[in-house]
Ligand binder design. Sequence first.
Ligand code: PMP
Length: 307
Amino acid sequence: MSLKVYVNGAYVDSEDAKVSVWDHGFLYGDGVFEGIRAYGGRVFRLEQHLERLYESALSIRLTIPVTLAEMREVVLETCRRNHIVDGYIRVVISRGKGDLGLDPRKCASPSVVVIADKIKLYPEEKYTRGLRVIISSVRRTSPEALDSKIKSLNYLNNILAKIEANTTDADEAVMLNSNGFVTECTAENIFVYKNGVLRTPGRYVGILEGVTRGAVIDLARRNNILVEETMINPHDLYVADEVFLTGTGAELVPVVSISGRNVGTGAPGPVFQRLLKEFRHLTQQEGTLIHSDVALTSVSASDLASE
Ligand code: PMP
């Protein structure tokens, strides 16, 4: 059975889900997007993802032609039409159809696409054995050029780092900023644990502020782990007790080697294991119900705990 994809107001079969070659998302990467997960019939942190989407759009002066409340319903309805219980949702807003010049004033109306499908995670062995990563020679685009807090359709910089990882047979690439500080991987944030403190690069170092990153910081603090958002350099990674990555697709995934150096014991560490367990527990408890007459229904872990 064909997937149903939301394209500009209609739910169409996936083979009919098309945007124009004149769309400036295609011609120039002019647009924003989100990747969201559904677990057990609930959409995880839908509000946060939509907030980031609308903030990204605001930052690039792209007016999304549906309200945030309507978008929430479109996401849920796309899940319903595709019988999603556990899945991955992609929301893409591009500047829309224009001409061959890059002037966005030529684009009459932004394109809105929502896809809901099954997720292809890292294979399970990556969670038990860990990833081998490199430090990429490709620097993360400077926030002075394009703020990394905007989840834009411009991923070429990250893709070049991913290609470098692929060509060196690594699983992922750590990207540094122009001052040599660690920012993030190509589609995941990074955490470093050493001597009882969990550290992650701060929001002004040139990262996308991940929804998973936020959830992991909260979980760590609730578990009495000291968390610092700070500057991290490659040496800090090499000498860490543990390193792991976070992202909507990856959840939490451990790193066991960095540019040929073993991290800690060379196996996923206990802090990672504990936080992964906590995170997976959280995703089963919290989220916006896909099948509900009340579209806004959302149950948080703290609500459940207080019941
Ligand atoms: N950084 C980048 C560059 C990303 O593309 C992603 C994936 N959205 C992340 C970090 C992780 O963010 P999140 O936890 O919101 O998926």
